[in-house]
Design a binder for this molecule. Structure first.
Ligand SMILES: [Zn+2]
Length: 250
């Protein structure tokens, strides 16, 4: 199985411990996200240290206050490292509003244009900002080779995602009993657009809920999604591995 999105540097245990536990659980690849300059450095360091790990490099919407050309250059430089496989996570977060919305938007558009120019996938974060996020994607992501909606949370727009070919990456919250809309989306999304992730240390799946999440737990989410889709775990694993290999290019 593959954890297509986590934050190793925000987890309490060491990367070494987390990678070992993931390996024991049958997780063969882990994409860790660098959310600002220092975090990008830590993501690339982890990717260099562990065969399973690759990096996603970008500026999280929370970290976009004052985003400028130097910040974009920092991402572009990091993206030149072959261990970096995608740009992100980028997008809009109107729930927390940690950065001014104009800055979030400028950083989002700039990172989509960078992904387009570099021919790299873009990993998207959206919270309480669906309308604007989808509008920016429509306008700026046309040439981006793959758009990945991380922690998929737009079940009402599944049809639109399918039309545009966006990948839908389901996190631990899909396993929550009350998430009926997400259950339906995970069941109905075409296999070619399906990914799973942990978003560790956040959003632990149901059997681990309330505790810090870690990459090994992606197997719980995958098992739940397999049941929703009425396929075996092995089949779901093949699907996710093929999609991730295509998108991240390994
Ligand atoms: Zn994240």
């Amino acid at each position: 199985m593959i954890d297509t999105h986590c934050h190793l540097d925000a987890c309490e245990p060491s990367a070494e411990e987390l990678v070992r536990r993931a390996r024991d659980a049958g997780v063969t690849r882990i994409a860790t996200v660098g959310t600002d300059g220092p975090s990008i450095g830590r993501a690339l360091t982890a990717a260099a240290a562990y065969e399973e790990v690759v990096a996603i490099v970008g500026r999280h919407p929370h970290e976009t206050g004052g985003f400028d050309s130097a910040a974009l250059e920092e991402i572009e430089l990091a993206a030149a490292d072959p261990l970096a496989r995608a740009i992100g996570e980028t997008g809009l977060d109107y729930y927390r509003d940690h950065a001014p919305r104009a800055d979030q938007r400028r950083a989002f558009e700039a990172q989509l244009e960078l992904a387009d120019r570099l021919g790299m996938p873009a990993v998207i974060h959206t919270r309480a900002a669906e309308e604007d996020t989808f509008a920016v994607l429509r306008e700026h992501a046309g040439g981006v080779p793959a758009v990945i909606l991380h922690c998929f949370s737009a079940p009402g727009r599944l049809e639109e995602c399918v039309e545009r070919g966006y990948l839908c990456s389901f996190a631990g919250n899909v396993t929550y009993p009350k998430a009926a809309d997400l259950h339906a989306a995970a069941r109905d999304v075409p296999a070619a657009l399906l990914l799973v992730e942990t978003d560790s240390p956040y959003l632990a799946p149901q059997p681990r809920r309330g505790r810090p999440n870690e990459p090994a737990n992606v197997t719980h989410t995958a098992r739940f999604v397999a049941e929703l889709r009425d396929v075996s775990y092995e089949e779901l694993e093949r699907t996710v591995e093929a999609n991730a290999a295509r998108v991240f290019g390994w």
